[in-house]
Write a protein that binds this ligand. Sequence first.
Ligand code: M6R
Length: 606
Amino acid sequence: MCGIVGYLGSKQVVPLLLDGLKRLEYRGYDSAGVVVRQNGDLRTVRAEGKLEKLVQKLEGKIPPGTYGLGHTRWATHGEPSERNAHPMIDSKGRVAIIHNGIIENFLPLKRRLQDEGWSFSSETDTEVAANLISSYLEEDLRAAVTRAAGELEGMYALAVVSTVGDPEIVVTRQGPPLVVGFGDGEQFLASDPAALIAHTKDVVFLENRDVARLTAEGIEIWDETGERVERPVTRLNWDPIQVEKGGYKHFMLKEIHEQPLAVQETFAGRVDFENQRVLLDDLNLDPDQARAVSKIDILACGTSWHAGLVGKFLIQGLAGIPVEVDYGSEFRYRDPIVTPTDIALGISQSGETADTLSALEAAGERGARLFSICNVPGSQIVRMTDGVIYTHAGPEIGVASTKAFTTQLVALYLLALYLRQTRKGGIEPELLQALAHLPAAVDEVLQLEPQLERLARDYSRANDFLYLGRGLNYPIALEGALKLKEISYIHAEGYPAGEMKHGPIALIDEDLPIVAIATGERVYEKVRSNMQEAKARDGIVIALTDREPAEFEGIAREVIQVPRVSEELQPIINVIPLQMLAYHVGVKRGADVDQPRNLAKSVTVE
Ligand code: M6R
């Protein structure tokens, strides 16, 4: 995940920037850089690799200056290299910019700017923003940033310095977090308060589309309408554990909120948006081998098994390869038929789940090549498989899987696209554009949290819950039910909506909340009919939908309206309200949500 820091004051800036970047080191990154304004010029120093490389490069040559920006990059557009590292300077050398996020419309903007004579020296979307801001820069940097931001689609946290005017830093965000901090005659900014608390405790978390200007006098903020606003100052009296939790009450909540960035990290550096290609280097499955695959056996447990069920839809639908999905604990006890042209794909967040590892071993003994999707580098599953797709979700501390799950879904989508590319000759641009839009949609769905908290309050005393979904949303119904069970200890069932009438319908009475997922086109009407059946038996229907709430009048007591994305990526959006519902119900019931009873983060026994 990219890290952003900035300082404006009277101290030498580079050591402060390096200190801030060090505190963001846990995010992992592939390059780093700083920019300082010096005698009217912008001086950048950038290095590929860990922060240490940048520190070495700066040894004995620290550019003097009292304001500037620092960045650690995790590649999204363009390979990890010094050339693609931030800060980026526009082609007229007037602004320097650091950026976290994805600018979805970077290609049309780039073409337009090229036509206007702007040149590009990197493959990044960030350089597009740098040139765009510079193209609007006259005297007022804030005006240029505001105008340029109005044309950017996607997710971004941007910080900009320029060669014009008095010392100032201008920042804006849409999606990724940005926090500004007040000191005595000095101002700070960062993507994460952890980078600031050594210097200041008084901070403001910027709202989406806010634009802020940091100067020696203080910090001014404008909202999305251009009105000057005062945002509440938060005092960070955090103990070390709170620092680790990023100010959230629980790791689970923090991890739920990390998902816009986490899903982005999963596809970062793996998609060439300009040439419409997916690159999965660590997978070690070359195009000839990919074309020869006759069947994929997905092996996993718990939440990862639910990801596998979604993966089956994705791979069969996009690449036309037959897929079977087994629980790790069941696979080897059912005499599976495996041939040497099959591949077995183990999915495991921890990479240490004994049942999944044993199942993979059994598939290997029967001749399959082994692959994995995993979040933990160097774990057992990575060591025993020929290739891996790392999810790059960052550490997941809460026992209940949240960001590990959504990033597994992204990894499976990438795999399905890679197989489509090799077997069907290419990937349609809209399939990649949908991915570029995903982080913004995940950010949007997180805004539903107040509603989910209210629902949790209203229904936390229920004894049972039923979750219904069809097609790609059936595994999401299973995952919603599993989350609620784990976190709140309420009994919950996930069911294919069409199966309800074959048994679970007997459970329905006026006390049973039924969460029904009705998104997309394919089975929407069917699920709506299933909801009507539940309503007719007095069940409390809670609709999770991408349609207007009015469509559920007289059927659903509650409607959770989520943003619509592509059919294949919709499960990622749909599961997030269910995670938040489980979390808030667990909290209301006083459960230990980060360490639910009887559960362990990695289950290393069979
Ligand atoms: O580490 P893994 O993904 O292999 O773990 C598999 C399951 O134990 C895990 O998903 C479990 O179901 C979680 N507690 C779900 O929240």
